[in-house]
Each structure stands twice: as structure tokens, then as C-alpha cells.
Design a protein around this ligand. Structure first.
Ligand SMILES: [Fe+2]
Ligand SMILES: [Fe+2]
Length: 287
């Protein structure tokens, strides 16, 4: 059964689910880390259903695990764009597949963390435009705790925001391990961007809300792929590695695929949200 819960902001009663969007508001469907072929099929099967149900203006997907669990290829990214995905964000597995390196420089709708080194391929922010002319800025950040980003997320977000130019709304994907870092970035950006959404842990958190300044926030949206594994990996292999402390070749689990993400409803005022609701959808119900 589908799970969905709405969380509204500081003014109780002002947040409404997407079905109650007023004129001038925009819905943004953000989908958590797509894991492997099963995650891709879950995404592609679910999108038409979710479009009909929520009519999002923009769809943004984290694709850092889309190719066999690690990285993404140009073919997979093209497939997502063809399915109507407006922008793709990435994370610590950005460069796992070499063939994506030149694509990151040539395709403006895919972003890797903005606080990677400037010498690394790709860009950290992009702007996508809807058919009716709404402009959404998308920024990808990496946490600095337990991840190998070359520069500080807190300083580089200022540079990225400054480079976006005129936009109606901004979505920031904070790809990070530590919830403390994500919560800190949420507060740091409250009132300055439309949404700060966390990715990377593959486990959804229960803290979706609109912060007092009007920024929709969640520490982690979860993943799109097999819930029957250990954050996407076949559970017997993950358990073997943890139990024995020996190297184990990981494979993507094939059990119990779900789509996990959030739906953000924007305010008519630029760079503000009125609601964020979690979207947890078992693949079996939508395929
Ligand atoms: Fe991931
Ligand atoms: Fe990650």
C-alpha cells in the first residue's frame, strides 16, 4: 500500500498537498537514488502514474547508482531524460563509469556536487525551464563528513547560488552521510532556496517539513530500488561482508522494489515552499 504524508510549514494550515496547488505554484517531484536496472524500471514504470496523480511541473532524479548500483552512463541518463526527467543529480559515485565523464561537461541537465574540485568533470548547478516558462535551479552538493568532496559545501553553495541567475525556484540535493551536516545546510539555506533534500543513505527519514523561512527540508528521501537488500545490495552479500570483514563482490538486490522521493509544493512567492510530502511507492502497484 502506498504511503504518503504531508508536512506543512511554520504557519499551520498553510501547507497543502499537491492536488490543491493554486495558480502560480509549482510541484517538484524529487526521486531518491535510483539503484541498478530494477531501480530504473521502477522509476520508468512509476513516473506516468505519479505524473497523473500529482502533475509535477518538474521531475528531478538522483542517478548516482543507476548503472549496476554504481555511477551512471550516458545511455541511462538519456533514457531518463526521454522519460521526462528534467534534471539528474549525482553524488560520491559520479565518476565510477568513465563514459559519463565527457557527458557531464556536454549535457547541462546533469549535475555533480558543486563542491567537487573545479578540475573534475561536470558542473554543480543547472537551470531547467518548464513549458510555461518557470525556471528551476538545481544544485548538487556533497557532504564533507565521510565523503571525499574537495571543497566545503557551506562555502561552495554560495558560489553555486550566485551563478544560477534569475530563477523562480531552487532545489538543492545534499548528498551526504551525516544527518547533522544535512540539518545544518537546511538551516543555513532556509529562506534562500525552495527546497533542501538529502540523499545518499538510501534510507528515508521522517523529518520532512517546511522550515520557518519557507524552505522545504528532508534529511534523506530514500532510494528507488530494491528494499529487500541492504541499501540496494543483496542482503546475504552485505551481511557476509559485515560479518567476516573480508572482501565480497556486491550485486544489486532484486527484492521488493520501491520508488522513494518527495513532492514539494512551492509558494507563489519565489524560492519558497508551502509543503513537502513523502512519496513511497511499491513498484508492484504501479507496473
Ligand atoms: Fe546512493
Ligand atoms: Fe552516495
Amino acid at each position: 500500500m502506498a504511503e504518503s504524508e504531508a508536512a506543512s510549514g511554520a504557519a499551520p494550515g498553510t501547507g497543502e498537498p499537491s492536488s490543491a496547488q493554486g495558480a502560480g505554484t509549482v510541484g517538484i517531484l524529487f526521486v531518491g537514488d535510483v539503484v541498478g536496472g530494477l531501480g530504473r524500471r521502477t522509476l520508468l514504470d512509476s513516473l506516468p502514474v505519479l505524473r497523473e496523480r500529482h502533475a509535477p511541473t518538474f521531475v528531478v532524479v538522483n542517478g548516482e547508482n543507476a548503472a549496476g548500483g554504481l555511477g551512471i552512463t550516458p545511455k541511462i541518463a538519456d533514457q531518463m531524460f526521454a522519460a521526462g526527467v528534467d534534471a539528474i543529480t549525482l553524488g560520491n559515485h559520479t565518476y565510477h563509469r568513465r563514459e559519463i565523464w565527457p557527458y557531464l561537461d556536454s549535457e547541462p541537465r546533469i549535475v555533480r556536487p558543486a563542491n567537487f574540485l573545479r578540475s573534475q568533470p561536470g558542473r554543480g548547478a543547472c537551470v531547467v525551464e518548464s513549458a510555461d516558462g518557470q525556471r528551476l535551479g538545481v544544485v548538487n552538493l556533497s557532504g564533507n563528513l565521510y565523503l571525499r568532496a574537495g571543497r566545503s559545501a557551506f562555502t561552495e553553495i554560495e558560489v553555486a547560488l550566485g551563478e544560477l541567475g534569475a530563477v523562480d525556484h531552487i532545489l538543492v540535493d545534499v548528498h551526504a552521510e551525516a544527518t547533522s551536516e544535512k540539518v545544518g545546510l537546511g538551516w543555513h539555506l532556509d529562506g534562500r532556496v525552495t527546497a533542501v533534500v538529502g540523499t545518499h543513505t538510501h534510507v528515508p527519514t521522517a523529518d520532512a517539513r517546511v522550515l520557518p523561512g519557507g524552505t522545504a527540508y528532508i534529511s534523506d528521501v530514500g532510494m528507488t530500488g530494491p528494499r529487500g537488500g541492504v541499501i540496494g545490495v543483496k542482503r546475504e552479500l552485505a551481511i557476509e561482508a559485515m560479518r567476516t570483514k573480508m572482501p565480497v563482490r556486491f550485486e544489486v538486490s532484486t527484492e521488493d522494489p520501491w520508488l522513494q522521493g518527495v513532492l514539494i509544493t512551492t509558494a507563489e512567492q519565489p524560492l519558497r515552499a508551502t509543503a513537502i510530502e513523502t512519496v513511497h511507492e511499491p513498484a508492484a502497484e504501479v507496473s
